[in-house]
Design a protein around this ligand. Structure first.
Ligand code: HEM
Ligand SMILES: [Ca+2]
Ligand SMILES: [Ca+2]
Length: 283
């Protein structure tokens, strides 16, 4: 596709450092932009590839679709674009800014760094109707796998990238039904949730409470990029239904175990794999 590491080394040598310093300064005043930028890049790449289609504003664009309503960090990309236009007019694409910002966001939360191939072109098409390509939080493992495979990603990429929820938050509205109206059980509680965990999350997201209230997706360390998200799945403390299901399907469960370094299985280093899968996200 013509991207390569260091695409701007001659045409805009400070491009990567400008993006980094803008992300850093926004992060200092509002740390929640780190998960925001990671998620925005994922939502960009999953629809028409990493082409900044997610940034296009207007009626019936991707931004207006349900899965994208809570995205955050647009102002960070705008800021970086403004600075880059001053430094190197017309050179750096918005899609590259977003890809670099997602990497920098992971680094700021103590996650790994990786080299980001650059040279993406910005797209001009953005359709809300295309966002059905994004995975949903009630989806089966088969459906999740299919959506990743449709984008050239493997089951291992799926499990690794979903580990990105080691940082960030979710609104109560996306999982309260697991606590109060799960319809396959008499008491309304999703049986895959650890019983010792239920009252804690019920307190965080009260019945008939404010659905827009936000809680950590990784209740162990919501601000730190680590393997605690996978530990939660093992312990029945996954927040979203689609995430906890990674522990019920045999193939995804084995990958979670490998990412956790369970003895007897071929270990996968989450930090290394995450960087690799993030690069693949764009292929
Ligand atoms: C099966 C796949 C996935 C599903 C069903 C899913 C679903 C969700 C949902 C429902 C939220 C909460 C949104 C909100 O309350 O505003 C969320 C947040 C988030 N997602 Fe995903 N996601 C998936 C894959 C990914 C991947 C692959 C990444 C990154 C590589 C990612 C990164 C994030 C991050 C960082 C947040 C927190 C955002 C914030 O705090 O602002 N997600 N996801
Ligand atoms: Ca896109
Ligand atoms: Ca974490």
């Amino acid at each position: 596709k013509g991207t390569r590491v260091g695409f701007y080394s001659r045409t805009c040598p400070r491009a990567e450092s400008i993006v980094r310093s803008i992300v850093q300064s926004h992060f200092r005043s509002n740390p929640s932009i780190a998960p925001g930028l990671l998620r925005m890049h994922f939502h960009d790449c999953f629809v028409r590839g990493c082409d900044a289609s997610i940034l296009i504003a207007g009626p019936s664009t991707e931004r207006t679709a349900l899965p994208n309503l809570n995205l955050r960090g647009f102002e960070v990309i705008d800021d970086a674009k403004t600075q880059l236009e001053a430094a190197c007019p017309g050179v750096v694409s918005c899609a590259d800014i977003l890809a670099l910002a997602a990497r920098d966001a992971v680094v700021l939360t103590n996650g790994p760094s990786w080299q980001v191939p650059t040279g993406r072109r910005d797209g001009r098409i953005s359709l809300a109707s295309d966002t059905t390509a994004l995975p949903g939080f009630t989806e089966s493992i088969e459906a999740q796998k299919k959506k990743f495979i449709d984008r050239g990603l493997s089951v291992q990429d799926l499990v690794t990238l979903v580990g990105g929820h080691t940082i960030g938050t979710t609104a109560c509205q996306f999982f309260s039904y697991r606590l109060y109206n799960f319809n396959t059980t008499g008491n309304g509680v999703d049986p895959s949730i650890n019983p010792a965990f239920i009252s804690r999350v019920q307190a965080l997201c009260p019945k008939n409470g404010d659905g827009t209230r936000r809680i950590g997706l990784d209740n162990g360390s919501p601000n730190r990029f680590d393997t605690s998200f996978f530990t939660n799945l093992r312990n029945g403390r996954g927040i979203l239904e689609s995430h906890q299901k990674l522990w019920t399907d045999a193939s995804t469960k084995a990958l979670v175990q490998r990412l956790l370094g369970v003895r007897g299985l071929q270990a996968l280093n989450f930090n290394v794999e995450f960087g690799r899968s993030m690069v693949k996200l764009d292929e």
